[in-house]
Each structure stands twice: as C-alpha cells, then as structure tokens.
Design a protein around this ligand. Sequence first.
Ligand SMILES: [Cu+2]
Length: 181
Amino acid sequence: MTKKHIYPFLFVLASASLALTGCGQATTSAAPASSASASQSTAALTVSDPWVKAAESGMTAAFGTIRNTTDKDITIVSATTPATAMAELHETIMGANGTMQMQAKQGGFVIPAKGELTLAPGENHIMMMGLTKPVQPGDEIAFELALNDGSTISFTAPGKDFSGANENYSGGQTPAPSSSK
Ligand SMILES: [Cu+2]
C-alpha cells in the first residue's frame, strides 16, 4: 500500500540541484535511431497533447498520451530528440523514504493493444538530459520514438511552463541545495 497521495509540487525545490546530480549516472543507452523509415500509412501509435516542461538548461521531460491503434501490444524501446544529448524512458515510483523517485523503465514503455499510456508529471515520462539549448514556452521540440518492431514514430511537442513533479532519482543521491550553477 502506498501512503496518501504525495503532492508533486513538494519537490520543486529539488529541481535545480537535480539538474546537476540527477541523471549523471544514467547509463548511456542511446540506441542508434534505426532509420527504418516510418512510412506506414496509419500510425501504429498516436501521440496526443504532447508537451515539454520549459527549462533553461540541464534536464527536463516530455509528456503526453500515447495511444496504440493496433490490436497488438507495442513497446517503445527508446526516444531521441535533437533537443538533448540523451533521452530516456522513465517511470516514477514511490521510494522507500516516501518521496517520488524516477528511474529508467526497464524494457521500455509497453502500450497495450488498443490501449494508451499516459506520460505525465509524477508518472511515466520521456526524460531529457543535457539540453542543447533552453526550452522556452511555445518552442516546438521534435521527438522520435523507436518501437520494438524497428519502426519509428515522430512527433513534436511544445514547450510549456510547469512547476512541480521534480522527482528524485532512485540512485539515492541527496540533492545538494547549493551547487546548482
Ligand atoms: Cu526522469
């Protein structure tokens, strides 16, 4: 059983230092974007209401709702975007110390047949690490999702201001409040 709902904005203060300490130890699993051109006439996956949390530098995340239009489960194995040096598929779990923690989703995101997966602050998300430039509200960020069948899905997501849902990593580092710049 989990405890009562923990409001994500409790963790806002941790964000600045997370930018430095957060995903530093993430494994470099950036799979080469297989250029199997996604030329299916009907997209197996659709992405609705995508957005990226605006951020000056460091890391941020992308959200939205991914729907599987087929009658077979589909696994998203990796995500890439020119906006960051590295993108990862993350899940958020309740850590032992009662704070929300995020970590790479083992095996990727599975979108059930005819179902959908919601990416939202405090839940699953596409982690973006090493921003190549600031993400401003209104910016259009391009993404490519690699699927388990070798195909890819592309979409763009606008930047949006959002405060909250700055989960900790399960690596267990205690964010140091001072050294954020
Ligand atoms: Cu994350």
